[in-house]
Design a protein around this ligand. Sequence first.
Ligand code: HGY
Ligand code: MN
Ligand code: MN
Length: 399
Amino acid sequence: MPLDPQRFLDDLRKLRSFGASGVGKGVVRQAYSDADIAARKWLAGRMKKAGLEPHFDPLGNLFGLAAEKSLLLGSHSDSQPEGGWLDGALGVAAGLEVARAAREAGGPPISCVSFQDEEGRFGVLTGSDVWTGKLALAEADGFADNTGNTLADMRAQIAEQAGDFLPHSRFSGFLEMHIEQGPYLEETGLRLGVVTDIVGIRDMRITFEGRQNHAGTTPMHLRRDAFQALSAFNAVLNSRFANVVTPATVWTIGHVALHPNASSVVPGRVEFSMQWRDADAGRLARMEAIIEDTAQEIAASHGVTAKLGPVMGIEPAAMAARFQVELADAAEALAPSKWQKMPSGALHDAANLATVMPAGMLFVPSIGGISHAFDEDTDEADLVLGLKVLDRAALALAV
Ligand code: HGY
Ligand code: MN
Ligand code: MN
């Protein structure tokens, strides 16, 4: 059987049914949720049916293994708390289809994978962080999500299915197809992106602790208001970053927990996430120093204390030259002049995989540049074109 785009689209739509949100094509399928675990069990069944041996490792990373050493294709099937149907799922369904078609056609051995917790419920790219040896399992087990669940407790749900961690030497390289998640391809009228580099990321939690008090009786000059500290921190940080960043640098305060979060109470505590991304590790370090200094200065001037948690991160990663060449050749063959080499501003498992084997990535456009939102989408013709380009490159790399 040759590559079957309809079977790939059917799998992709079926995968969406696990955690389908009811809003647009969105999904709610965070790592280790019931929907995520059900989706992985279904995927394991599809792998088995395709003649690929399903293998869960202790984190819940799910591999569909060819019998011999092989190229590995895939992405992740967990979602953000409010996610789209393609982020990660596209690369998983495409990897499965290419591996399955190669097997049916008597082609080279190709394996597929869905990594666990790429979206960082517990860390940054938790499943591939641990598998590639960047993060010790014992340390990761202690990580808690925003509501206090630990990774150890969550992964215990799949302990019965789990086998060992696989040796990296079982694979000759890693290819990941993904939606762009940004506006560039659509704006330039291109249909494919061959990724050159993946930016680096740093992520930490910061807590400002002040004094909870009555919002009617506490004079402004006596307040130690955690929200006011956060607000001032954000404004000062933005102005200080202006001297350091480039137009491609990004930073986000995306999660804020204000205590006790009531309209008649001066907030006594705020915990928030601070994330920043750039292609230059030196710039990431300069930004970290500015964040630390600013947090301490703002704390002192607002009568609160600042507690800075550990900094987690992924280093900027270059994609393997040969993988870029084969993806570019395939893109030019199937979509002449409709592709471009480009960096990735989003993080991907391929950044971790690049530390243990050659890795490459292929992008297809995101409509309106929207992702990490329910209305994320891509034209079906672009999904199928991406599958064909991935297949062509994989067959060239797998021999
Ligand atoms: O946040 C990211 O870039 C990725 O989607 N985990
Ligand atoms: Mn993703
Ligand atoms: Mn994502």
